[in-house]
Design a protein around this ligand. Structure first.
Ligand code: NI
Length: 415
């Protein structure tokens, strides 16, 4: 009964607001902002929420917004991320980025728009006395930079009093109108490393009289991933991949310094904890063999996002009730990192893959590619999913707590 009522209310809301939301997304897409610099987006969100009668507050870090809707009762948080990537937009659309070298190639403009739409819908629900608790809207800055903005939200007390949190991410492999879900880990741990090598430098005619730094750096680039594949349980899928290397300036001079940067991804918590020490010892042994000095800068990124059974059930019920019985599809664990994982270190929650592919399209650009774009019907689908998930969680949260606790303890052992 609730599901049918909700569906009708969402239909009516989206008839009135779908165009406005698409316009909001396109404007944000044209004016992308990098992590911790999302001032324009922050102001626009604050303006819209205030106009809806809400009381948003900007995070102390200067960008990002937290806002509560509703009153006493269980509290559920919904989170979107605001930042763009340092990439050139190579799409040919009227709403392509107007900022050189910055582009919403990860769909965070869509996540933000979905949460804006959900906020406006929930504000209407609250006004009509239909919100059985409180929803905390978290517009998080800087998901792409490690360590991400989730930590700023936590430092600002963003999860205080929150029972459960939900989020989503665009997925170009899933059709629009569908939602990819998975029990247990859905993303992976992701850290960042930088290795600086140094040596005396010299003439390429006499590598034996100095330390052949470029050769040593090349050995580090190939030996580290190779050794890790033999020193770490393959089931943890620990993967070191380089994204940047730089050394030297001329063909006949051995440089005195060089740098390599990359990411370490891992499906498994234990291997993630052991990775920094292992990489350091492997690096030192390879560097020593070639007489160069190597320094490791290891930046902890994010833990895996792990969906618990109850939150997954809420997402599933919500998706099926407002997007259709066949809307939920299985999704594999991604090697991508997502700082939503930090929230789940303290409270349970669920993370969904929002379909953005036009059905029957053979291939579309992946996220982080400069031509990435979405089927904008995903915005309405996202609003339906987030609103229904929040309401489902609030309805469930009103049940006697003993029943919920019982399910929590039995679900923990099955993950
Ligand atoms: Ni992203």
């Amino acid at each position: 009964m609730r599901g049918r009522d909700l569906q009708g209310q969402l239909d009516a809301f989206l008839v009135d607001h779908a165009e406005q939301l698409i316009a909001f997304r396109r404007d944000m897409h044209m004016h992308p902002e990098l992590g911790f610099a999302e001032h324009r987006a922050t102001q626009r969100i604050v303006g819209l929420l205030e106009k809806a009668g809400l009381d948003p507050r900007v995070l102390p870090s200067g960008t990002g917004v937290i806002c509560d809707v509703g009153g006493d009762g269980p509290t559920v948080a919904l989170r979107a991320d605001l930042d763009a990537l340092p990439l050139q937009d190579e799409k040919n659309t009227p709403y392509r980025s107007t900022v050189p070298g910055v582009c919403h190639a990860c769909g965070h403009d869509v996540h933000t728009t979905v949460l804006v739409g959900t906020s406006l819908f929930l504000a209407q629900q609250a006004e009509a006395g239909l919100l059985p608790g409180r929803v905390r809207l978290i517009f998080q800055p800087s998901e792409e930079i490690l360590p991400g903005g989730a930590l700023k939200v936590l430092q600002a007390g963003g999860l205080k009093g929150v029972d459960r949190i939900f989020g989503l991410h665009c997925d170009p492999r899933v059709d629009v109108g569908q939602v990819g879900l998975r029990l247990g880990p859905i993303t992976s741990a992701c850290d960042k490393i930088a290795i600086r090598v140094s040596g005396p430098g010299g003439h390429t005619a006499r590598p034996h009289l100095t330390a052949d730094l470029v050769f040593a750096l090349a050995k580090i680039l190939t030996e580290l991933p190779a050794a890790l594949s033999r020193r770490v349980d393959p089931r943890s899928s620990l993967s070191l991949v380089w994204g940047r290397v730089d050394a030297g300036s001329v063909a006949n001079a051995i440089p005195d310094g060089g740098i390599a940067e990359g990411t370490v991804r891992c499906l498994d918590d234990e291997a993630w904890h052991a990775a920094p020490d292992l990489i350091k010892s492997l690096l030192e042994s390879v560097a020593a063999a070639y007489g160069v000095v190597a320094e490791l800068d290891y930046v902890r990124g994010v833990p895996p996002v792990v969906n618990d059974e109850i939150s997954l059930q809420m997402l599933t019920e919500a998706a099926q009730s407002v997007l259709g019985e066949s809307a939920v599809v299985p999704t594999p664990q991604s090697l991508g990192g997502e700082d939503f994982g930090w929230y789940l270190e303290s409270i349970p929650g669920g993370f969904a893959r929002l379909g953005v592919r036009t059905p029957n399209t053979p291939t579309i650009a992946d996220i982080h590619q400069p031509t990435f774009d979405v089927d904008e019907r995903a915005i309405a689908a996202g609003v339906r999913l987030m609103a229904a998930t929040a309401l489902t969680a609030l309805w469930e949260g009103q049940r006697p707590s003993a029943a919920v606790n019982e399910t929590v303890s039995s679900s923990t052992s099955s993950i």
